[in-house]
Design a protein around this ligand. Sequence first.
Ligand code: COA
Length: 330
Amino acid sequence: MIAPAHDVHILGTGSYTPSHVLTNQDLEAMVDTSDEWIVTRTGIRERRIADPDTPSSFLASEAAKRALDDAGVSAKELDQIIVGTVTGDRIFPSTGCSVQDILGASNAYAFDVSAACAGWMYGLQIGRDAVRAGTAKTVLVIGVESLSKIVNWTDRNTCVLFGDAAGAVVLRSRGEPGGILATRVHSDGSLVHLLEMPAGGSLMPPSHLTVERQLHVIHMSGNDVFKHAVRAMQAVALEVLEAAGKKAEDLALLVPHQANLRIIEATAHRLGVPMEKVFVNLDKYGNTSSASIPLALDEARRSGRIQKGDLVAMVTFGGGFTWAGAVVQF
Ligand SMILES: CC(C)(COP(=O)(O)OP(=O)(O)OC[C@H]1O[C@@H](n2cnc3c(N)ncnc32)[C@H](O)[C@@H]1OP(=O)(O)O)[C@@H](O)C(=O)NCCC(=O)NCCS
C-alpha cells in the first residue's frame, strides 16, 4: 500500500548515551583550555565518552531498543534499518547490519548513510520515502557516533567540541494526516576540506606515515564551518517550512543540530523563533554529530516539550558540506 504524502509518522523515539562524563574541568587537565572559554564560545559543559571497547553498534542498538519500545513495535516488524554515522564499527560491512543482528531484526535490510552531522536527517528522508513508496512499512532510523574515537585529544580546537551518543526513531504510516510534512537535504562537495578525517580510506590508506601525521582524526576549519552553518541552517529552515506550508511562528519547537550555542542562537534569531521555543541540550553532550537531533528529539518528547499535535522543525549541517531540515506534526 502506498502511504499518502502526509502520513508517515514518527511512532517512537529512543536514545542512549554512555555513562562516563567528561567535564570541561577534566579537559583543562588535558589541553590548554578553560571551562570559561569552552562555555562562552560553545555552550558546552560536559560530554559523554564511550569505553574504548564499546562500538557504535552497541550505542545504536540500545537507542533502537528504546525507540521500538516507545513505538510498541517489535524488531521483527522492521523492514528497513538506516544508520547515519561517520564512526561506524568498521569501514565495511555496515553498522546497520551489526545493529540488525543485535536486535534480531531478521526481516529487515540494513545500511549506513554517510552525511556527517546530517546523516540521521538524510536517513529520515530516505526512510520516509520508502514508506511512501510502499517498499517498506516500518523503518528504524538511527543516528550514532563514537566521535571520541576519532578526536585528537591533544588538539584544543576540536577535542572540546565532540561527544558520543545514539538516537533513533521508528517510522510508519498511521492512516491519519500529519507526521513528516516535509524534508529537504543538500550538499556542497566543494567544501569537503572544511571538516574531514583525511586518512583511512582509499584516498589515503592507513600507513605508519598517516598515523604519525595525525591524519586519522578530525580536522576542522572552525570559523569557516561556523559561517556556513548559520547560513545553511537558516536557509534550509525557511525552505522546509515553506514546503510544509507553515511559518516559523507556527512552530511549537525548533530542534537544531547541537554543535554550538552561538550557531543555534544566531539561527533562531534569524528565523524569529524565541529561545524558549528552541531545544538545547548540548551543554550536557557536546556535538554528537548524526546522533545530535534524534537524541535531542527524544529528550524533548520524554520531558514533555513535545505534545501530540505540536509542529516541530529540525535543522542540521555537517561535513561534506551537508545540511538538511524536516518539519514534523507530532
Ligand atoms: C570551533 C569554535 C568553537 C571556535 O570558536 P571561535 O570563536 O571561532 O574561535 P577562533 O577559532 O576564532 O579561535 C580563537 C582563539 O581561541 C583559541 N582556541 C581554540 N580552541 C580553544 C580552546 N578549546 N580553549 C582555549 N582557546 C582555544 C584559538 O587557538 C584562537 O587563538 P589565537 O587567536 O591565539 O589563534 C567555532 O568556530 C565553532 O564552533 N565552529 C563550528 C564548529 C562546528 O560546529 N563543527 C562541527 C560541525 S557539525
